[in-house]
Each structure stands twice: as structure tokens, then as C-alpha cells.
Design a protein around this ligand. Structure first.
Ligand SMILES: *[C@@H]1O[C@H](CO)[C@@H](O)[C@H](O)[C@H]1NC(C)=O
Ligand SMILES: *[C@@H]1O[C@H](CO)[C@@H](O)[C@H](O)[C@H]1NC(C)=O
Ligand SMILES: *[C@@H]1O[C@H](CO)[C@@H](O)[C@H](O)[C@H]1NC(C)=O
Ligand SMILES: *[C@@H]1O[C@H](CO)[C@@H](O)[C@H](O)[C@H]1NC(C)=O
Length: 340
């Protein structure tokens, strides 16, 4: 292990475990993972993995397992890469703060393998001298009762969130270094120059179908048959495209049509809808909040997206209360605000 880069992965659930296994498979790194909920179990028995890429594996463990980020901050150890594969819920946990104990300025590259848009911004602000890498992954993988089921092949596109204070060379070579540590003969991890374009392209779906299905409780097929696709989601897609255009990103001319038809034949339940159904908090800020922030900065009107966002904030409040993240007083507080 001497001289191998130190890699720390935070968030070893369905997706994170497959990413960690892929890195361990090439064994070019000294890999550590943070496992919070299942720490005791994983430390003793390791993971059981059923994977379309790697087959059936029993009892897999990386070199080092920690129950928290703090405990991974080992004196004298500098992490070359920190990979975040948790959900992105900045209204609950600010990840840039969570990882502070394990980040070394100018040295640690931070890899965000997460859904959402403009995720690099708070990291670049807090760590202006560190490279922030973007990974968009298409792994279909979930953790059910401690067994990781990977049902869809691991294909990921990796690039960086551009930091104007760092040279492109530095950012590009760190990104390629990460790809070298992660790529193996079973997965498909490649460099994709334009992170911003790709994340806008994903938003055409995720800001408009995920959100409306989450609010209405239907899948994308039922949304279409009920008329909501044409009356709400498509106008919202046009707003996403307008923000992209104002941001200098040109999406394909037929993007709406290809996004709508991407689920043809499936009664598909988008992830945000599934989260609401399970009572889990939704990635609202990462998907819609950050987009609307950019829309405001560029003076683009996005009335449909704004209403979706504000309604989903109420849903998020309910979900957080359900998870015990918000506790309300017994008696409703009386507001002295005057409404006109
Ligand atoms: C591997 O990383 C851990 C920190 O997670 C560290 O304690 C250990 O010394 C490292 N091993 C080597 C050989 O660098
Ligand atoms: C570069 O970094 C400095 C602080 O390190 C910051 O004040 C400045 O805004 C940054 N410039 C850009 C273009 O991000
Ligand atoms: C891997 O992904 C790239 C980019 O999407 C694609 O061009 C390539 O054909 C894929 N390779 C394999 C072996 O699937
Ligand atoms: C939308 O986001 C989900 C997770 O929230 C992600 O798994 C999926 O790939 C995205 N969908 C599209 C079409 O990009």
C-alpha cells in the first residue's frame, strides 16, 4: 500500500458501495470508507453484494472502515481524494462542513458523485484551492437489509466543477487521476468535458418530472395520461432550457421530446416520488433550489419552477417532521405578521 493515494468514501449505501468496490477492485488506492448506520455490522461481516458488474460477493471490506468522518481524520494522514456518495440534502446536512476534518487545503480533491445541479459552488467557496470533481453516475443500486443489489451497470461520466482560481490543467489532471483509480474492466467511467451541460440536460427531466410526480403521487405514465405532463411539466422544461440558454449552455433542439420519450412504455416512478412515498427527505435544494438561484442571478423568470419549488418546500417540511428532524410546539404559535 506504500505510496498509494489515500481515498476516503463517505456514504456507503447502494451507490457508494459499488463505487468503493470498483476502486478496491483495481487496488490502486488505500481505500477507507465512512459507514454510519451499519458500522457495527459492516466492520464484522463486511458487505454482501449482488452485482451485474462484479457478480456475487460475500463479506467484502475495504482496508479501513470508520463510523464517522471525525474518526477518519487520522493524525498524519492526508487524503488525496474524498468521494461523497451520500444524498445531497443541504437543508439537513451541509456536506462541505461535514468533511472539514478530512480535507487538506490544496491537496485533497473532492469528488461529488451525486445528483443535482451546481453542486460544486459551496465547496469551491469553502475550499478555493482544492479541485472539486463532478461524477454523474448511472448505477442502479440499492441497499436492502444490508445486501447491496446492483441491477444496472455502473456507467459514470466524470469532469470537474470549474474553479476560476485554479488552472484548467490542474483540474483536468486531478480528474483523470480519479478516473484511473476508479476505472476497471467491469465498469465504464469516462471523462466528459462539460459537467455543466450534462447537469442541465439531466435537469430537463429531474426538475420537471421528478418534482411534479413527487407532488402529485403518480408515475410519469399516469402524469402523461392525466394531462399534467403537457400542462405543467413541459412548461417547466421550457423554463429550464431558458435558464440554460441564459447561462451560455445550448441544449439539443429536440431535448424536450427525447426527455419525455425516455420512459416510453414504463410506469416509471422518479426518485423524488419514491422518496416521498417512503417518507424520506427529497433532494429539493440540489435539484430545484440551486437552479432557481442561478435563474435569479441571470434574471430569468421561472414562474412554474418557482411554484413547484415552494410547494415542495412544504412537502419537505412534512417529511422532515415525519423523520423527527423538526419538532413543533403543542400549541400553534401566533404570528403578528400583517397580510395585505
Ligand atoms: C491508509 O489510510 C489510513 C487512513 O484511513 C491510514 O491510517 C493508513 O496509515 C494508510 N495506510 C498506508 C499504508 O498509507
Ligand atoms: C479567488 O479566491 C479568492 C480567495 O482565495 C477569492 O477572494 C476570489 O473571489 C476568487 N476569485 C474567483 C474568480 O473565484
Ligand atoms: C462507455 O461509455 C462511453 C461514454 O458514454 C461510451 O462511449 C462507450 O461506448 C462505453 N463503453 C462501453 C464498453 O460500454
Ligand atoms: C434524475 O435524478 C435521479 C435521482 O434523483 C437519477 O437517478 C436519474 O438518473 C435522473 N434522471 C435522469 C433522466 O437524468
Amino acid at each position: 500500500m506504500q505510496g498509494k493515494p489515500n481515498v476516503l468514501l463517505v456514504g456507503a449505501g447502494g451507490v457508494g458501495t459499488i463505487v468503493a468496490y470498483g476502486i478496491d477492485y483495481v487496488s490502486k488506492s488505500n481505500l477507507s470508507i465512512v459507514v454510519r448506520r451499519d458500522y457495527e455490522k459492516v466492520k464484522d461481516a463486511g458487505y454482501a453484494i449482488q452485482s451485474v458488474d462484479y457478480g456475487n460477493i460475500e463479506g467484502w471490506k475495504p482496508q479501513n472502515i470508520y463510523p464517522s468522518v471525525e474518526s477518519a481524520a487520522v493524525p498524519g494522514v492526508t487524503y488525496d481524494f474524498i468521494i461523497l456518495t451520500t444524498k445531497n440534502l443541504p437543508d439537513i446536512v451541509k456536506l462541505e462542513e461535514l468533511i472539514e476534518p478530512v480535507v487538506t487545503s490544496e491537496k485533497t480533491a473532492i469528488v461529488l458523485m451525486q445528483n443535482g445541479f451546481d453542486l460544486g459552488r459551496p465547496f469551491i467557496k469553502k475550499y478555493p484551492k482544492n479541485v472539486i470533481i463532478s461524477g454523474v453516475s448511472h448505477i442502479g443500486s440499492h441497499n436492502s437489509n444490508g445486501v447491496i443489489h446492483q441491477t444496472q451497470k455502473d456507467k459514470s461520466l466524470v469532469s470537474y466543477f470549474e474553479n476560476p482560481n485554479l488552472s484548467q490543467d490542474v483540474q483536468e489532471s486531478k480528474t483523470h487521476e480519479f478516473i484511473t483509480l476508479y476505472s476497471n474492466k467491469c465498469n465504464n467511467c469516462s471523462y466528459f468535458a462539460d459537467a455543466k451541460w450534462y447537469r442541465y440536460r439531466k435537469l430537463v427531466y429531474n426538475a420537471t418530472l421528478n418534482t411534479v410526480c413527487a407532488l402529485t403521487g403518480v408515475d410519469t405514465g399516469r402524469l402523461d395520461l392525466a394531462g399534467g405532463l403537457e400542462s405543467v411539466s413541459i412548461p417547466a422544461m421550457k423554463e429550464v432550457i431558458a435558464v440554460a440558454t441564459a447561462d451560455g449552455v445550448e441544449l439539443p433542439k429536440d431535448v424536450i421530446n427525447s426527455v419525455v420519450h425516455s420512459d416510453d412504455g414504463d410506469w416509471f416512478e422518479p426518485s423524488m416520488r419514491v422518496d416521498v412515498k417512503k417518507g424520506n427527505p427529497i433532494e429539493l435544494e440540489a435539484i430545484l433550489g440551486n437552479l432557481l438561484q442561478v435563474a435569479r442571478e441571470l434574471n430569468v423568470e421561472a414562474p412554474v419552477l418557482n411554484v413547484l419549488y415552494n410547494l415542495l418546500k412544504v412537502v419537505q417540511f412534512r417529511l422532515k417532521e415525519g423523520q423527527g428532524l423538526i419538532t413543533l410546539p403543542k400549541e400553534r404559535p401566533i404570528s403578528d405578521k400583517i397580510y395585505k
